[in-house]
Unconditional design. Structure first.
Length: 248
């Protein structure tokens, strides 16, 4: 099996996922047994909530008001069971992120933390509409002593630009991902890079009812992507891709 060098700044991720379980247990005031039980059913509960309450016309409200702590357990379970995959994403960030970084839809904050630990990154702007995710991320940042390098918002600050934009497992949750790409293009510095992934599918067993799968909208997304960005080759066996502007 091929292995890739790991940045020393990210080495702690492979020990404990940046203390994710400990942070969840402390932030939510849970004993370890209860936390494990909630992580085990988090993804199923999130799917059930999506089938029951998700509406594309109220997508933002679903993530900001409806999902509550279930979203932490859903995301926590995914990050803990996909450690190597996410680890390669962090290596890709270490290879390409620099300067001022935006993590759009940052969730539980693993990628933002990874970026902040990279010496070539000056500042990370974390953005997520879910207030509980934001509060949890602020807790993680404080526990890891990264307050001087990270700021947290629920919306992207207006008229600000970034050297790197991260957007992981978010675009499929948006009713118009093409529009978001254009916003990234506008906010990205001329020599900047954007690192993205997406999963435009509701899953084999409809386990992702809140994922976009409309063929017309998806075709528009790829046309917008190809018209504005050029892919930067990388060697990691992951679906995440890195791009720079055509003008670069």
């Amino acid at each position: 099996m091929l292995t890739f060098p790991t940045s020393l700044s990210l080495s702690s991720y492979w020990q404990d996922s940046f203390l994710l379980k400990q942070h969840l247990q402390e932030f939510l005031d849970l004993d370890s047994e209860t936390l494990e039980a909630k992580l085990a059913v988090g993804q199923q509960q999130m799917a059930e909530l999506g089938h029951k309450d998700f509406d594309w016309e109220k997508a933002t409200a679903f993530y900001s008001d409806k999902v509550g702590e279930v979203y932490l357990f859903d995301l926590g379970a995914w990050h803990l069971t996909s450690r190597d995959y996410i680890g390669d994403m962090l290596k890709l960030i270490a290879d390409h992120a620099q300067g001022r970084v935006l993590d759009f839809g940052g969730g539980i904050g693993t990628h933002a933390i990874g970026a902040a630990l990279c010496p070539q990154v000056e500042q990370v702007v974390y953005c997520d509409v879910n207030p509980i995710s934001c509060d949890f991320f602020r807790y993680r940042v404080k526990q890891m002593g990264l307050e001087q390098k990270i700021v947290c918002y629920q919306e992207i600050p207006q008229n600000e630009t970034f050297d790197t934009i991260l957007c992981f497992d978010v675009l499929e949750h948006l009713p118009n991902p093409s529009q978001q790409l254009l916003k990234f293009d506008q906010a990205l510095e001329p020599q900047g890079k954007v690192i993205l992934n997406w999963y435009f599918s509701k899953g084999i067993n409809q386990e992702f009812p809140f994922h976009l799968d409309d063929p017309q909208i998806i075709n528009g997304f790829f046309r917008t992507l190809q018209a504005n960005f050029l892919e930067v080759f990388h060697t990691y066996n992951i679906t995440t891709r890195c791009y720079h502007k055509w003008s670069a």
